[in-house]
Ligand binder design. Structure first.
Ligand code: NDP
Length: 252
C-alpha cells in the first residue's frame, strides 16, 4: 500500500492568469516574459511608463500567450481593486500574483524624511497586502494560487539604501510567513524572493553600488531572478520560504 499523499500536486502553469506588478521594466518585465514562456497569460501592471508596458505585452504576445497592460498605483486600494477587476475581465481569474513593484530612494541617514518612509512603505509593502487581499477570493475559490513577494537582501542585512527601504522589504517577509501559514491548506503557496544588486534602472542611479560588492564579482540579471521566481511558482511544495539570489553576499 502506498503512502497517502493527500491531494495530488497540480503544478501546471499553462493557461493560468498572472498579475505582475511593476512589469514595465527590470525584474518585473523579465518575470512577466518568463511566465509567458510557461504558457501563462499576463496582466502587465505599470505606474507611469505606458509605452514600456505595451512593449512588454507585445513581447508576451509574440511568445504566444495573452497580455494586457494596466495602469495602477499599487499603493492605492481603489486602484488595486480596479486593476484586479480589469485583469480578470481581460484574461480570466487570477491564479498567480507577483508583488514586484517597488521604489528605492537613497538619502543620507539624517535626511530621510517621514514622507520618504510613508512613500516606501506604501509602495513597497502596503501594495503587497492590498494586492494579495484583492486576488485571494479567486484563488480560494479555485483552491490553487501562487504568490511571490519581491523582497530584498536589505531585509536580511540592512542593504545599501536605508532603513526605510530595509523595513519595507523586511515587512514583506512577515507578510509572506503569515499568508503562507494561513493558506497552506488551500492550495495557495506564498514565497518571497530576495535579490541583491540586479542590473536595472533601480541600481543604475546609485553611485554607492559597485559590482565589487558582490562576492562573485558581478551584478545579477533580471533573467536570473525571473528564472528562480518561475521555478518557485511551479513548485507547489515550497511555501513560506525566502529564495535568495545575491551572488553569495548573504548566506542562509
Ligand atoms: P525598476 O526601478 O527597474 O522597476 C520598477 C517597476 O515598478 C517599474 O515597472 C515601475 O513602473 C513599477 N512601479 C513603481 N512604483 C509603482 C507603483 N506605485 N505602482 C505600480 N508600479 C510601480 O526596479 P527593479 O526591476 O530593479 O526592482 C523590482 C523589484 O525588485 C522592486 O520591488 C525592488 O525593490 C526589488 N529589488 C531590486 C533589486 C535590484 O538590485 N534591482 C534588489 C532587491 C530587490 P513604471 O515603469 O511605470 O514607473
Amino acid at each position: 500500500m502506498g503512502l497517502d499523499t493527500g491531494t495530488h500536486a497540480d503544478n501546471t502553469l499553462t493557461n493560468r492568469v498572472a498579475i505582475v506588478t511593476g512589469a514595465s521594466r527590470g525584474i518585473g518585465r523579465a518575470v512577466a516574459c518568463a511566465l509567458a514562456r510557461e504558457g501563462v497569460h499576463v496582466a502587465v501592471n505599470y505606474h507611469e511608463n505606458a509605452a514600456a508596458a505595451h512593449e512588454v505585452c507585445k513581447q508576451i504576445e509574440a511568445i504566444g500567450t495573452r497580455a494586457v497592460a494596466i495602469r495602477a498605483d499599487v499603493g492605492d486600494a481603489a486602484q488595486v481593486s480596479t486593476l484586479v477587476d480589469q485583469a480578470t475581465d481581460a484574461l480570466g481569474e487570477v491564479a498567480i500574483l507577483v508583488n514586484n513593484a517597488g521604489i528605492s530612494r537613497h538619502a543620507p541617514l539624517d535626511q530621510i524624511t517621514v514622507q520618504d518612509w510613508d512613500d516606501l512603505l506604501r509602495t513597497n509593502l502596503t501594495s503587497a497586502f492590498l494586492m494579495t487581499q484583492a486576488v485571494l477570493p479567486a484563488m480560494r475559490r479555485a483552491g490553487w494560487g501562487r504568490i511571490i513577494n519581491m523582497s530584498s537582501i536589505a531585509a536580511q542585512t540592512g542593504g545599501v539604501i536605508g532603513p526605510h527601504y530595509a523595513a519595507s522589504k523586511a515587512g514583506m517577509l512577515g507578510l509572506t510567513h503569515s499568508y503562507a501559514k494561513l493558506l497552506s491548506h488551500e492550495g495557495i503557496t506564498v514565497n518571497a524572493v530576495a535579490p541583491a544588486l540586479i542590473e536595472s534602472d533601480m541600481i543604475a542611479h546609485n553611485p554607492a553600488i559597485r559590482p565589487g560588492m558582490i562576492p562573485i564579482g558581478r551584478f545579477g540579471t533580471a533573467d536570473e531572478v525571473a528564472d528562480m521566481t518561475v521555478a518557485t511558482i511551479r513548485n507547489g511544495y515550497v511555501t513560506g520560504q525566502t529564495i535568495n539570489l545575491n551572488g553569495g553576499w548573504y548566506m542562509s
